[in-house]
Design a protein. Sequence first.
Length: 38
Amino acid sequence: DEPLYEEAGPRRASTAIATNRPKRPSISNLNSITENQS
């Protein structure tokens, strides 16, 4: 059970990252736009 839990952990983290990814690109895009305007 412990090994499975460890595998489930990283997998859950990956899902969280995938969920946060859509928001992160938005911030990255804002930064890119700011850099381009500058």
